[in-house]
Ligand binder design. Structure first.
Ligand code: MG
Length: 377
C-alpha cells in the first residue's frame, strides 16, 4: 500500500535532535522502531504490571505484551489508510516505556511523592526515557528518535510541563499542548489502538483471573452482541473459546469501524499533508455509535475490574512500596546506583530510578531497604 499524502513520510521528517547520516536500507522510522526494540526500557516492560501483578499469573498481559497488541492493532488500521506502519509501530511499542512498576497505582504514588517538584506523568516519562534516560550511544543521551516518533510518544502532557518543554525545545513536541493542535495521524492512531487493545485484553484477563464472570461481561452491549452472534454460528460454544471468539469479533468490528470512520473524516477534512493534519480536528476516530459502545465497555471495566476489591488491595500495597522506596532513596541517595546517586536533581533522579524498575526489582529493593516484604506471592 502506497503512503497517502497525509501520512508521515520519512523523507520529509522534521528530523532528529542530533543529526545523523541516513541508514543505507532502513527509513528513519524503521530505525526508530529498531532502537526502541533494542532499548533496556523495552525489555523491562515484560516485568511491569498492566493490570495484574507479575506474580499473579504467567498468562496475564504485561506492559510488553500489551504494547505488542497495540502495535498489531495500529498496523492493521494504518495499512488500509495508507499511513506509515513503521512509525505507528514505533510509537505503539514505545508508548508505555515511562510506566512505573505496579501500573497506575505506582504512577499515582510517584506523582504524589513528586508533587512539589512538578509531579510525575508517565507519558512525559516515556519521552524522558527515549530522550535522556537510555544510555546506549557514544554521541548523545537517549535514542535520538525522530520528531514524529517523539510527538506520538508524548500522548498527553499538562500545560505546565508542555511550557517547560517548549522553553527547552521551541516549536518542539510540547507545542501542541500549548496551542491546542493535533499530532500526526500515526500518533492519533497509536493512541486509539491503545484503548481498543486494553478494553479487549482486560476482559480476557479479568475473566481469566476469576474477578469477573463471562456472563457478567454480557451486560456490555458491545461484547454481548458478539457473544450472541458467535453462539448463533456455533451453538455449543462455551467457556474460554466463547470468550475468545466474542473478543475476536469485537476487535474486528472496532478495527473496521475506525478504518471507515477515519476514512470519512479524512475525506471531509482533505488534509494536503501531515502538517495540515496537525492543524485539523482529530481525524482518527470511531463512528459515534462505536464511541458510545466503547465508552460503555470502559466504564464496565472500571466498575468491575479496576475497582475490584482484590485489585484495590494490591493497589494500596503497591503505593506503599513506591512511597517507601522514594523516602528511602531521598534519605540516602547513595543507596541508588552511581548515575542516579550523583545527579544534582535528587528528587527527579529518585523518580527516574523508581520509574525504571520492574515490579519484582522494586519489591526486592523495598525489602532490602525496609526489611518488609509486600505483595509477594
Ligand atoms: Mg498503553
Amino acid at each position: 500500500m502506497a503512503l497517502a499524502a497525509y501520512a508521515c513520510d520519512p523523507a520529509r521528517s522534521r528530523g532528529r535532535r542530533h543529526p545523523e547520516p541516513p541508514a543505507p536500507t532502513r527509513s528513519d522510522f524503521q530505525r526508530d522502531r529498531d532502537r526502541i526494540v533494542h532499548s533496556t526500557a523495552f525489555r523491562r516492560l515484560v516485568y511491569k504490571t498492566q493490570v495484574f501483578l507479575n506474580h499473579e499469573g504467567d498468562l496475564f498481559r504485561t506492559r510488553l505484551t500489551h504494547s505488542l497488541e497495540v502495535a498489531q492493532l495500529a498496523r492493521s488500521i494504518a495499512r488500509p489508510l495508507g499511513l506509515n506502519e513503521d512509525l505507528v509501530e514505533a510509537i505503539a511499542l514505545a508508548h508505555d516505556l515511562g510506566h512505573t512498576p505496579f501500573g497506575h497505582a505506582g504512577q499515582d504514588a510517584l506523582h504524589e511523592c513528586m508533587r512539589e517538584q512538578g509531579g510525575f506523568e508517565h507519558n512525559l516519562q516515556s519521552l524522558r526515557v527515549v530522550d535522556e534516560l537510555e544510555q546506549r550511544y557514544p554521541a548523545f543521551d537517549g535514542l535520538n528518535l525522530t520528531f514524529e516518533a517523539r510527538e506520538g510518544i508524548l500522548k498527553h502532557c499538562s500545560r505546565r510541563n508542555a511550557q517547560a518543554l517548549e522553553r527547552h525545545e521551541p516549536g518542539g513536541v510540547g507545542r501542541r499542548f500549548v496551542d491546542g493542535t493535533q499530532p500526526a495521524l500515526e500518533a492519533q492512531l497509536a493512541n486509539l489502538a491503545d484503548e481498543i487493545a486494553y478494553n479487549a485484553h482486560d476482559i480476557d484477563d479479568g475473566v481469566r483471573s476469576g474477578l469477573i464472570a463471562l456472563d457478567q461481561v454480557r451486560e456490555v452491549e458491545l461484547f454481548d452482541a458478539h457473544c450472541r452472534e458467535a453462539l448463533r454460528d456455533w451453538p455449543s460454544l462455551q467457556g474460554r473459546r466463547l470468550l475468545y471468539e466474542a473478543i475476536r469479533r469485537m476487535l474486528s468490528e472496532q478495527v473496521y469501524d475506525v478504518i471507515d470512520a477515519t476514512r470519512g473524516a479524512i475525506e471531509e477534512a482533505r488534509p494536503a499533508d501531515a502538517d495540515a493534519v496537525r492543524g485539523a480536528r482529530p481525524l482518527v476516530r470511531f463512528s459515534d455509535a462505536a464511541t458510545q459502545r466503547s465508552a460503555a465497555l470502559k466504564s464496565f471495566l472500571l466498575r468491575n475490574l479496576y475497582r475490584h476489591p482484590q485489585v484495590l488491595a494490591n493497589t494500596a500495597q503497591a503505593r506503599e512500596v513506591v512511597r517507601e522506596l522514594f523516602a528511602a532513596y531521598m534519605n540516602d541517595p547513595l543507596a541508588m546506583p552511581g548515575d542516579f546517586a550523583t545527579r544534582g536533581d535528587t528528587a527527579r533522579a529518585v523518580a527516574d530510578y523508581i520509574a525504571g524498575m520492574t515490579d519484582r526489582f522494586a519489591l526486592r529493593e523495598h525489602e532490602r531497604l525496609t526489611g518488609r516484604r509486600l505483595l509477594t506471592a
